[in-house]
Design a protein around this ligand. Structure first.
Ligand code: FMN
Length: 310
């Protein structure tokens, strides 16, 4: 039987539910080994205010922390590896970065086809670019990507995700905000992606996989959200550098700057982002071709992001 290794990190279990549903068509046809990344110490869930913001600099600058090594039998040769992850501050979550920068990742990923599965709010493209690079550095070959996201409007979804992250409750904040995260419908329908993955693994042919996944709407992009995210990521890098100058994760000395970042970010989301969206659509016709090229790239699994398409 062909063998699939599934490596996930998920705090609420949302991502794991997505991946389990997605792999239902493979059950009984291939041997599936699930492994969860366990950071040491664990990140809190629900989060407290400052621990949440304190995860920003290391996430953005992709500074590894500690995870328990995965308990893997080196004699088992996997045919496909699935990496499932949420997004933290437009970046890969620290536990996955830590794994991908560990020696073990090289041993596990080298020469293997990889499929990534993302369960996010709505801003994930920059993180996936980082992940593409880290997979390649480990000798893995990205063959597919599936993204499930919160489909609600950007602003209410920010409110509802903060509520979810701070309380652990995935329900309607104040009875009026949308349910946070990926919808129950999308989570249960994730099963549809398992078909092409099953065919690819059974035939050992991954060349058409991403196109088949795209036909099933595995990656849906909103160009104005992508544009906002890309600008924000550049600014996050500057903030992360400024905060890191004050100390490492958990340092009391950086709390002041973290608080300023928090209020800056909330101001940008609530006051600036609606204006940025209007400007985006006003100028859309002038940038149509370059936006279309970028979206094409983010839908795909290629690593190189050439100057031409930037
Ligand atoms: C610290 C932190 C930062 C986050 N930043 C983002 C983000 O930048 N973009 C995004 O789409 N989702 C973001 N999210 C939401 C996650 O992508 C994810 O949907 C949520 O954490 C649930 O994932 P889980 O499977 O780990 O429970 C963030 C979550 C956390 C905890």
């Amino acid at each position: 039987m062909k063998k699939v290794l599934v490596i996930t990190y998920s705090q609420s279990g949302q991502l794991e539910e997505i991946v389990t549903n997605m792999l239902k068509p493979l059950e009984g046809k291939v041997d599936i080994h699930y492994k969860k990344l366990k950071p040491v110490p664990a990140f809190p869930f629900p989060w407290t205010d400052m621990t949440f913001w304190d995860a920003m600099p290391e996430s953005v600058k992709m500074i590894p922390a500690r995870v328990e090594p995965l308990d893997l039998n080196p004699m088992v040769n996997y045919d496909l590896i699935i990496l499932g992850y949420p997004i933290w501050f437009l970046s890969p979550p620290i536990p996955l970065t830590t794994f991908l920068k560990s020696g073990q990742a090289g041993q596990v990923l080298k020469g293997k086809p990889i499929v990534t599965v993302i369960g996010a709010r709505n801003m994930w493209v920059g993180a996936q670019e980082d992940i593409k690079k880290m997979i390649a550095e480990n000798g893995g070959i990205l063959k597919g990507n599936i993204v499930l996201r919160d489909r609600h409007h950007n602003i209410p979804s920010v409110v509802s995700i903060i509520y979810w992250m701070m309380t652990g409750r995935k329900d309607h904040y104040l009875g009026i905000f949308p349910k946070p995260g990926v919808s129950d419908k999308d989570i249960s329908e994730a099963e549809k992606f398992g078909g092409p993955i099953k065919e690819a693994i059974l035939d050992s042919q991954y060349g058409k996989l991403q196109n088949e996944l795209l036909e099933l709407k595995a990656v849906e992009l909103e160009p104005n959200v992508v544009s906002m995210e890309r600008k924000a990521k550049r600014i996050f890098r500057v903030w992360a550098g400024l905060i890191l100058k004050k100390g490492d994760a958990g340092s009391k000395d950086r709390i002041g700057r973290l608080k300023i970042f928090k209020w800056y970010l909330l101001f940008v989301i609530f006051a600036i982002s609606p204006i940025a969206t209007i400007l985006f659509y006003l100028t859309y016709p002038f940038f149509f071709l370059s936006i279309r090229r970028k979206m094409e790239h983010f839908r795909g699994v290629e690593i190189r992001y050439s100057k031409q398409s930037a």
